[in-house]
Design a protein around this ligand. Sequence first.
Ligand code: MN
Ligand code: FE
Length: 348
Amino acid sequence: MSDLSICMNKERMTVDKKRIINNDRTVDCNQLVPIKYRFAWNYYLDGCANHWMPTEVSMQRDIEQWKDPKGFTDDERYVIKRVLGFFATAESLVGNNLVLAVYRCVDNPEARQYLLRQAFEEAIHIHAFQYIVQSLSLDEGEMFNMYREVETIFNKDQYAMSCTNSVLDPNLDTHTKQGLQTLLKNMVGLYVITEGIFFYGGFVTMLSFGRQNRIPGTCEQIQYILRDESIHMNFGIDLINTIREENPNVWDKNFEVEIIEFIKNAVELEHKYCQDLLKGGILGLNPALLKEYVQYIADRRFKRLGLPEQYHSENPFPWMSEAIDLKKEKNFFETRVTEYQTGGALEW
Ligand code: MN
Ligand code: FE
């Protein structure tokens, strides 16, 4: 755990002393420079370049469409509310986990620089759902309590947060193998499962409305969130992989099996959520297609973690891929950021 006390020391810090976690007293956790973990600094710069604010996106057309009794079927209204209800509190769960659990344990300054940026982005995402709920005059009580009242949402949140309490324990010692495994599993729950799997049923569903030019302001914000989340997840996986590299003993065969099962059960929970969400089907989407898609993205996460792919599913939504592949996505959004600054609308 990091120590904030400063002591007089005339020996200057060098890059080779830095570690991603568990730095000893010879390392000053207030010195960003010299930078060792370039990935964290680069994600920080990417995040800043993508800055956006919810209130700069017009909700006028969304409000008109939502008020129009013929604007949406009952099934469509149900789906939109369910997705917004999931996101409304999921972003807070992520933000709290980040600040109270991950930030406390990860004491490298470059990683913390990105974590500070990410924490603000989570605040922006929380703001976005507050703004959408308010603009559409949705029932705030219904939306913000959904994670306690809807079983399939509760099960996802509960599952992803299952390791967080043990990280919050002040006695957690990340110098021990077991302590570090607890932290790593929480990071998988946060970055891989919540941000990398549980958000995607909602992303696909909402962006399917956007592709038909429906609730365009909501979908524009969801697309900015998707772009941010993609960086969050990639940072998280790089962080996990760096901890592994520096602590090769922590990731043994048993732990690997545990992590694979942890992620596979999450895919099942997302499938159950999508079944409950889409019922028979809507907008050409159905639970079977969503399952295939979630399996496809889960395999991408396994690959990034150096784990064997489990499903070998095809991507049923190739239109989503340009928004997911970080590299393409960056080019895709480079033009967007300019348009955004001049107030242009998102082209679908
Ligand atoms: Mn977020
Ligand atoms: Fe996030």
